[in-house]
Design a protein around this ligand. Structure first.
Ligand SMILES: O=C(O)CCC(=O)C(=O)O
Ligand SMILES: NCCCC(=O)O
Length: 517
């Protein structure tokens, strides 16, 4: 049965189609997850790319048990004996998930607007990615996984050129690949520190004996007092260096030793943006002044500033292009590198392939990190001097993963072939407008709607954490898998194949849940 009987007021006709479908749908959806290996040209893809990719994608969610269902509960209980499953919401059947629909162990189907914490680019079981996964090239990459720094594979250069680098931000034509978003940021920080010390030492100069000895004691000058500046509420990952720049939630950092690095205020903008321009400009100027003070006065030399274009885990906090332009100017003035963390914002969901494209900077950032929807992780850079001149300084056994880079290449191809960035931007506008309407009806439960003209990267605040969590739970009970962020926010992070028909299902479920709250 379908959980919930949705009501809707005087909404657009197309919305009512989705509601009716949701109401009547006791039928089960027969669909296959095995996509055609060689999809024919997308006749009709201009209408619905999801229908082209996933001809058997369900029209609506379908729940037949409580959430989580009994099978999920049983598996999690058993799993928890050997693996920390505290944070698990449900057990999923990925093999039988499809497109925008996630299937759980109890065979419940959820419309997924969270997409594995913003990490599924093209929907579940996308045929193009499935075809790449079955290729001889992929089999080679998986079963003969190379120690890439020492023994790069024959196709590695072309995999990078045709894939990750084909989507490189302007001005950044080189890449270093890593294993995760945290690792990408850590590697970028290391590159910044090595760059900084190499310049201080003077090109060609070797390390001193004192440096060699002190670095083995973790003391200066071999292990120098250099810092990375990050922002309040930032999230840059969970390894030691990246965690020191993460400031979003004490639970991430508690009990873990940290570097003594500075933190700057991030603008707390008022919404809607167009009604608070003067206040917001003053707020951004306040933060910029604080950054400048830190750059002048911090007790150790700051090598880089790291910033997310939209602080995601920390609450979907935005700043305007003006703020980022000024930040770029400050980093240039103070000879500090600018690292833009696009781990979550990158790869098409914000209206441009990289969110920082919307800032129109005079000079590109020094490094841009990526992971999540790209599946592969790493950082882009342009300046040759950001590459250590001595081998084994930026190194580990894997140096990334060629199988993930092959998938990244296919993701780039599909995004370009079907203009998925523009499609996402378009559907994002529709969702935003509809949410703006809902906000008028539920002003307490939907405060500070944000993400206008930022694709599907949309969020809003509820009243408090408990209310937010109840909304997320109630949405799951309606068959919508949705996530939160920050202290009281709900965020949307669907895949790039999320369309208006999916949005209508989501919007009607949300309206129903808000009415019951
Ligand atoms: O929730 C997020 O935005 C980030 C997720 C993540 O990378 C983490 O929690 O480690
Ligand atoms: N940053 C963790 C996000 C996971 C969650 O709260 O669903």
């Amino acid at each position: 049965m379908v959980i919930g009987t949705l009501r809707h007021a005087n909404r657009l006709a197309v919305r009512s189609v989705a509601v009716d479908a949701l109401k009547r749908s006791a039928r089960s959806f027969a669909f296959h997850s095995t996509a055609p290996a060689d999809p024919s040209p997308p006749a009709g893809a201009s209408e619905s790319l999801a229908a082209y990719y996933f001809p058997n994608e369900p029209e609506v969610p379908r729940l037949s048990t409580s959430v989580p269902g009994p099978r999920s509960v049983e598996i999690l209980k058993s799993l928890d004996k050997i693996y920390d499953a505290h944070a698990a919401y449900m057990v999923c059947d990925y093999q039988n998930s499809i497109g925008n629909y996630l299937r759980d162990a109890d065979q419940n189907l959820y419309l997924d607007v969270y997409a594995q914490i913003a990490s599924i680019p093209l929907g579940y079981n996308n045929p193009a990615l499935a075809a790449a996964a079955k290729s001889p090239e992929m089999i080679d990459a998986i079963i003969n996984r190379p120690a890439m720094g020492n023994f790069p594979s024959l196709p590695w250069e072309s995999i990078l050129q045709d894939g990750i680098l084909a989507a490189a931000p302007d001005g950044l034509n080189k890449v270093w690949t890593s294993l995760s978003g945290s690792d990408a940021n850590e590697c970028a920080y290391k590159a910044a520190f090595i760059y900084h010390r190499t310049r201080q030492r003077g090109k060609g100069n070797d390390f001193s004996e004192l440096e060699r000895r002190t670095t083995m004691e973790n003391t200066s000058p071999g292990s120098p007092d250099l810092a990375i500046l990050s922002f309040e509420k930032a999230f840059h990952g969970r390894l030691f260096g990246s965690l020191s720049t993460t400031r979003s939630n004490p639970i991430h950092k508690m009990d873990i030793p940290a570097f003594h690095w500075p933190k700057a205020p991030f603008p707390a903008l008022k919404y809607p943006l167009d009604q608070h321009e003067a206040e917001n400009r003053a707020e951004e100027d306040r933060c910029l002044a604080a950054i400048e003070t830190i750059l002048h006065e911090w007790e150790s030399r700051i090598s880089a500033v790291v910033v997310e274009p939209i602080q995601s885990e920390g609450g979907d906090n935005h700043a305007t292009p003006y703020f980022f332009q000024q930040l770029r100017t400050l980093t240039k003035q103070h000879d500090v590198l600018l690292i833009v963390d696009e781990v979550q914002t990158g790869v098409g969901a914000t209206g441009t392939f990289w969110a920082h494209e919307q800032w129109n900077l005079d000079t590109p950032p020094d490094m841009v990190t990526f992971s999540k929807k790209f599946q592969a992780a790493g950082y882009f850079y342009g300046n040759e001097e950001l590459r250590p001149s001595i081998p084994f300084r930026q190194f580990n056994t894997w140096c990334g993963d060629p199988s993930k880079a092959i998938i990244a290449r296919e993701i780039v191809k599909e995004i370009h072939a079907y203009d998925l960035v523009a499609r996402t931007s378009h559907v994002g506008k529709y969702i935003y407008d509809q949410l703006e309407e809902l906000q008028r009806t539920f002003p307490q439960l939907m405060q500070n709607l944000r993400g206008k003209d930022r694709g599907t990267f949309i969020a809003w605040d509820t009243t408090d954490l408990d209310t937010r969590n109840k909304i997320l739970t109630d949405m799951k009970k309606m068959g919508i898998n949705i996530g939160g962020c920050g202290a009281r926010s709900v965020r949307l992070r669907p895949a790039l194949v999320f369309e208006k028909k999916h949005a209508d299902v989501f919007l009607d479920a949300l309206e129903y849940v808000l009415k019951q709250a």
